[in-house]
Design a protein around this ligand. Structure first.
Ligand code: PGA
Length: 249
């Protein structure tokens, strides 16, 4: 049985003082022992949020990392820095990083290898554009993203990775994939992992859906057999996040 994982992706929202208020607001709403709860927060919010969630069920994630260990990489953050600050999870390959900051599949592969080497739990994002969906190449595209991202990753390591399927056309648009559309691709991702590794790895890996998941549509999405959680943007900044965490209540 795969434990569900509900992660908030705060993106570039919440100053450190706003972050503390949000953690307080959400504190009584996000208790569900059936679910791993993660807040992926801006780098500057990591230390205050790690302190604020101490003693709760909430885990803290970063939104990005760099694949070098240290040195002259102005503006970047290393895996060791994240770990030392108390971070457990890290998002990589979000479509906003791919789109606005020109991250390639090869960069994401290097980030994944570094995160695993250091013991961070990766959340690897993939997803197609509307154009790609309309051209009928969604599954080919996603298989390519996954195959490149996982180059050099062992089966044992892959079991601990979280994959987030986020169709770009559904992110921040209010346009959610139907649960059937989301399931279809999450299933294809699991099959791809099965082809790269084996059945046991495919059965162990957790796959999230992301893209306008909210308090209203989460139940149906999270009921699908290959959807093991959600990566939530907009709704993670509101009490709605608590409703999503408690989707099974
Ligand atoms: P959204 O963002 O929930 O606001 O659509 C999801 C994401 O980009 O992770």
């Amino acid at each position: 049985m795969r434990k569900k994982i509900i992660a908030g992706n705060w993106k570039m929202n919440e100053t450190p003082s706003e972050a503390l208020k949000l953690v307080e607001t959400l504190k009584p709403l996000v208790n569900n022992p059936d679910v791993d709860v993660v807040y992926c927060v801006p780098a500057i919010d990591i230390v205050p949020v790690v302190n604020a969630v101490k003693g709760t069920n909430v885990h803290v994630g970063a939104e990005n990392l760099y694949f070098e260990d240290k040195g002259a990489y102005t503006g970047e953050i290393s895996a060791d820095m994240l770990l030392d600050a108390g971070v457990e999870y890290v998002i990589m390959g979000h479509s906003e990083r791919r789109g606005y900051f020109h991250e390639t599949d090869e960069d994401i592969n290097r980030k994944l290898l570094k995160a695993l080497e250091k013991g961070l739990k990766p959340i690897v994002c993939c997803g197609e554009s509307l154009e790609q969906r309309e051209e009928g190449i969604t599954e080919d595209w996603i298989r390519m993203q996954i195959k490149i991202a996982f180059k050099g990753v062992t089966a044992e390591q892959a079991k601990g990775v979280v994959i987030a399927y986020e169709p770009i056309w559904a992110i921040g648009t209010g346009k959610t994939a139907t649960s059937e559309q989301a399931e279809e691709v999450c299933k294809a991702i699991r099959e791809t992992i099965g082809e790269i590794y084996d059945e046991a790895t495919a059965a162990a890996i957790r796959i999230q859906y992301g893209g306008s998941m909210n308090a209203g549509n989460c139940k149906e999405l999270l009921a699908m057999p290959d959807i093991d959680g959600g990566l939530i943007g907009g709704a993670s900044l509101k009490p709605d996040f608590g409703t999503i965490v408690n989707y099974n209540k």
